[in-house]
Design a protein around this ligand. Structure first.
Ligand code: RTP
Ligand code: MG
Length: 139
């Protein structure tokens, strides 16, 4: 089994009808979708998920944005999946993201930037079970 990483298609991209385009970019890159579902984050879930940023000036706005509409959460698998998905997402600010990345294609702003991906093995190990039980991951 390859490495697992956790992905969110954020509310702006869901609202703009980009779920299919983004999942296609993910699978075209060779990453496998182990689980996926659409959810509406509660305020408590969003605050917990982004707790690492709670002292940052943008935390309040980030939480409001993440609960502004449904998200699509997924577990992705592949060799080196964490770094490969970060590379496919592109820079946090879509204005700095390279051609061919999800954020270049679909990100609207530094906040409404279309997607999230775990930034390391320790965060992936927290984020996957935050949203999925082991029974939900296909083999
Ligand atoms: P993510 O955690 O969502 O995968 O994004 P990231 O690692 O590229 O960026 P991070 O620094 O962890 O920031 C988390 C999310 O907060 C929003 N943000 N807003 N207004 C701002 O200056 C600002 N900076 C970051 C973005 O939605 C970012 O993805
Ligand atoms: Mg991050």
């Amino acid at each position: 089994m390859g490495e697992l990483t956790f992905s969110i298609i954020k509310p702006d991209a869901v609202q703009n009808g980009k779920i299919g385009d983004i999942l296609k970019m993910i699978t075209d890159s060779g990453l496998k979708i182990k689980a996926t579902k659409m959810i509406q984050l509660s305020r408590v879930q969003a605050e917990g998920f982004y707790a690492v940023h709670k002292e940052r000036p943008f935390f309040g706005e980030l939480v409001e944005y993440m609960i502004s509409g449904p998200c699509v959460v997924s577990v992705l698998e592949g060799d080196n999946a964490i770094k490969r998905y970060r590379d496919l997402m592109g820079a946090t600010n879509p204005a700095d993201a390279e051609e061919g990345t999800i954020r270049k294609a679909f990100g609207a702003s530094i906040e409404a930037n279309a997607c999230h991906g775990s930034d390391g093995p320790d965060t992936a190990a927290i984020e996957v079970p935050y949203f999925f039980s082991s029974l939900e991951l296909v083999n």
